[in-house]
Write a protein that binds this ligand. Structure first.
Ligand SMILES: [Zn+2]
Length: 245
């Protein structure tokens, strides 16, 4: 049952809440478009999506069945990917796949470093503005919470010769979607990357850019069986401090 629908405008971001046990979908509309996704524990922003550990568990790209893990010390599944209409893509002739957890997000600092130019609609900035608006906090307070993303619909890989990260045009088309099951109460933010399909520039207004739709679906009460929200990691957290010498 669809509970909420929102549109992320091109070169901008929106933040939204997904209660535990709900599904959310990111849907391609209008044109080929990449999205940069951040996830937080709704009740504690210090627990957030851990791109590196997700990569270690599931590989460089995620698809149906992969879980998105949270930062230490909680280290638990925040969401599980339950459907992905781009599962068919697999690995192409260049070794590229979709939905990577390699790239970090486009940001104005790197852009200035590499190109000597200021650009204000990078995913980092978009996520920062969206989080600040959602929580009604100053922009400066929101920035440290923005973290390495899941690159939704993005097509990437590593070159065979020098193993460097590359991007190519996303195969996503209107109607495609990726669906997540929320394993805990989530605050999410999604940016419609200024790179559009990310076949060229990331930090300019040059690329055709399109909106993304987010749908939040609630399950019927009796359909989740014995499912319970994810528990925090059970490690004692003593870290050797109780060792007797
Ligand atoms: Zn971006």
């Amino acid at each position: 049952m669809k509970e909420l629908e929102l549109t992320v405008p091109p070169r901008d971001a929106r933040a939204f809440v997904v209660p535990a046990g709900h599904f959310f979908r990111i849907v391609s509309v209008e044109g080929s478009q990449v999205g940069d996704l951040n996830l937080w524990n709704l009740h504690d922003l210090s627990e957030r999506f851990f791109s590196g550990k997700t990569r270690a568990f599931h590989g460089t790209h995620v698809s149906t069945g992969s879980r998105l893990w949270s930062t230490l010390p909680n280290l638990r599944a925040m969401a599980t990917i339950t459907q992905d209409t781009l599962d068919w893509y697999g690995w192409d002739e260049d070794g590229a796949g979709v939905h990577d957890v390699i790239g970090t997000r486009c940001d104005p600092y790197t852009n200035l470093l590499l190109h000597g130019l200021e650009y204000h609609w990078c995913c980092h900035s978009n996520l920062k503005r969206a989080l600040a608006a959602k929580l009604n906090i100053p922009l400066s307070e929101a920035e440290p919470h923005v973290h390495d993303v899941l690159n939704v619909f993005m097509c990437t890989g590593f070159t065979r010769d020098t193993h460097q990260y590359f991007m190519k045009a996303s195969p996503v088309r209107p109607g495609d979607f990726i669906e997540f099951f929320a394993e805990m109460d989530l605050l999410a933010a999604l940016s419609a990357c200024p790179g559009g399909d990310c076949s060229a520039s990331h930090s300019s207004d040059a690329a055709p850019c399109h909106p993304l739709k987010v749908e939040i679906h609630r399950c019927p009460e009796d359909s989740l069986g014995g499912w319970r929200p994810a528990r925090v990691n059970g490690y004692s957290r003593s870290h050797g401090t109780e060792r007797v010498k």
